[in-house]
Write a protein that binds this ligand. Sequence first.
Ligand code: FES
Length: 99
Amino acid sequence: MPEQFQIFTARVLPADVQFDVEGDLTLLEAAEMGRVQLPSSCRNGTCRTCLCRLVRGEVTYTVEWPGLSAEEKAEGLVLPCVARPLTDVVIEQEAASVA
Ligand code: FES
């Protein structure tokens, strides 16, 4: 397996469902592949429809300026449509459901 190909686990609270995030997928893309529905609209980090809280873990962004303020980032808010996990993650999204 090439070194850069990693699989992380993302867990979504409070529904307590989880999905794998493979390769360079965003959390939103991986959720959809894992049959977990997260709110989304623009899918490019501007509308904030997907905004949720990162309870545990770390993410990086596919865009330079995701629509989050520095304060929101510091509070642990993330935009799953443009966030890629760097570790296993736990996010909190009340509106998540299993397809
Ligand atoms: S879907 Fe619009 S910011 Fe994530």
